[in-house]
Design a protein. Sequence first.
Lengths: 374, 369
Amino acid sequence: MSNILMPNRRQFLLSTAGLAGAAALSGILPASTARAAGLTVGFIYVGPKDDFGYNQSHAEGAAAVKAIEGVTVVEEEQVPETVDVQKTMESMISFDGAKLVFPTSFGYFDPHILTMAPKYPDVRFEHCGGLWTPKNPKNVGSYFGYIGMGQYLNGIAAGHATKSKKIGFVAAKPIPQVLLNINSFLLGARAVDPTITCQVIFTGEWSLAVKEAEATNALADQGVDVVTCHVDGPKVVMETAAGRGMYLCGYHANQSALAPEKYLTGAEWNWGKVYTDMVKTTLAGGTIENFVRGGLADGFIKMSPLGPAVSEKGRAQFEAVKADILKGGFAAIKGPLKDNKGNVVATAGQAFVETDVALESMSYLVEGVIGSTS
Amino acid sequence: MSMQAELAATAAGRAGFLSETAARRIEAVILPLAALLAGMIAFAIFLAFLGKSPLDFYLLVYKAGFGTAFSWTNTLARAAPLLLAALCVALPARLGLVIIGGEGAIVLGGVAAGAVAMLMPGLPGPAGIIAMALAAAAMGGLWIGGVGALRHLRGVNETIASLLLAYIAIALMNHLVEGLLRDPASLNKPSTAPLPETWRIGEIPGLGVHWGLAVGIIACIASWVLIERTTWGFAARIVGGNVRAAQIQGLPAGLLAIGFTALGGAFAGLAGMFEVAAVHGSANASLAAGYGYTGILIAFLARHNGLAIIPAAILFAGFEASSGLVQRRLALPDATVLVLEGMVFIAILLSDTLQDRFRFLAFLERRQK
């Protein structure tokens, strides 16, 4: 650091004058916004929209919305859950004239959407995963799907495929949505064979490829032969697992293209249907409900087509349980059931059906899951 | 003066009107600006190869970063944490210490603020804000000051140490936010308890940007005064020039290193506090947003000068503010603006090697005896 700039007052004035000039220019140039005649819808993703996972599932939903006449879609990916997302929402509203925005990451809700919504009362903010309450602004809505049911069906396919009776789960963080998926996956497998156990490894981050690969390899080393995950982008887990000869159950989006021979099935979001419905409601002048939830029967989630590795017996049970779930009122979490520390979580006869809000604050791993929430 | 410069000056006959100091100072401003331009031109060529119009790109950057009132709000809101993050690099740099782990101090500063809110929620608003600021600054100061101390006492490389400590800081934050400090009500996004409403830091009236921006600008000006106009700053610059010479003169090189790293860390910690108190309302994993790393680019662009950090931070914030519109209008990937920032950064580093070697204003200097 021998060549150090030492400015004086003159330079400081120069730079300030430059700034002032730019500010003056900004007054002259109008905010020429390209407002489309119809409805402009904004989609915001926390990661890359081709991540074979969470963000891709929402981007596929956005792609479905593009097909609707009179709708312009604007998208932005890799937007952090900071002031960045607030400004992205405002930018879509002020530069693109967006009247409906889908900030899709969970962390966008509080405080970011809740800060922006009162500022733009004529814009609708629809958020995935948040728990809207009547205390929140009326122009905000939250929606989510009962994807735990999809992980239960994954578990059925896994239960038939496993030879070692050990299945595995690569998870991001021990939060309710993730715990419900882990528990559902194991309980699905135990519906096939009650001796099956599920080893879970938490990576601690939503997107951390190195740890996801390490966790998958660690599972393979322990004799696990079917794996699924709940991280933002399952690509690394799927490719690593296939490389180690394990069977795969997908999550978020369809990952069969990554390993067609090893892919059993997958729990996928079906945002295309959900978003198309919401946009059509808006176009027709209607109002979207503030709190929306749906499952397999409502078309919020769907299963990847069964892969070639699924046995006839597995196929039959998978289809039977799926038909059961489609009838509604299905409960994966039902008594008698203990957590993996021995505490009773459901007494005999007690059942938590998929729509039970209590499931959205789950804090335990059920008996048979090897791992700890802390 | 180098030989080439001497020759150039002689050849021009030194018929000019500037003193040598003034010429050098002007060069010191023009050179980074030229480098900025060179980086932007290099990026324009890159864009042209991709088949995109560089003109459209820069017009969009201007529009989204500086072209409208909303653009300015957007840019300044992003600049607020960057000002303080850049100081964490710039202050130690004046002593020749390259600290690149300011991210760790930002993250832990935020956690410290969140922890204060959980431990003493009964404090009235202003006292709460001051307590959070002190805790965050102390935490950041300890973290980066610790790097300075490791350097002074154990000879540990401060660049590597600060970077690795940033990873440890993020892991520590996750551990605390998901464990000891977790608000049980924060289900799917583990966070500390929400700050009391009176502890929240609001916006500067009429600007739409939180008070962290004002604090950042004041901190930049104060840092400039400290470095350029006080004996401590003078001593720090001597240490930065030549540690051995400074020690022979009796300057406390070690204490200065610890003090300046701690001060830089304290500023970064404050940035974390503003993120919690003005943006998020609680401490959580969103604190690790990369401001500490962008701060490195800004500090180098500003050549570690407190005053120059202000326009440099605003420029980079403007680049980032435009990232969204660039994605939406030109169908370019989100990394586009990062590539631009990288090219500008490389051009600036290259221009550093030209400083004082390439005396292009020497012909304007007054004849000397």
